[in-house]
Ligand binder design. Structure first.
Ligand SMILES: [Zn+2]
Length: 76
């Protein structure tokens, strides 16, 4: 009976140790995934229609006003 109790304690201890190691290995992987995502990009409202467009996809006029497309930039 004494050995059965000792066996159960050892098994539970090994399971907890394994679970903790798995959680530690998971953490750096989540950080790597977060780093792969690109940083947020500022949005600008089109001067003509008000549609919000990412800064990299805006069409800018001479006065540096953002537009959603070349058509709206031309119409002003
Ligand atoms: Zn527009």
């Amino acid at each position: 009976m004494k050995y059965l109790l000792l066996f159960i304690v050892v098994i539970v201890g090994l399971m907890l140790h394994k679970k903790r190691r798995a959680a530690e290995e998971q953490l750096p992987q989540d950080r790597r995934r977060a780093q792969r995502l690109s940083p947020p990009e500022p949005m600008h409202a089109c001067t003509r229609c008000g549609v919000h467009v990412p800064a990299s996809r805006c069409v800018w006029d001479a006065q540096r006003r953002p537009y959603c497309c070349a058509e709206h930039a031309r119409q002003g």
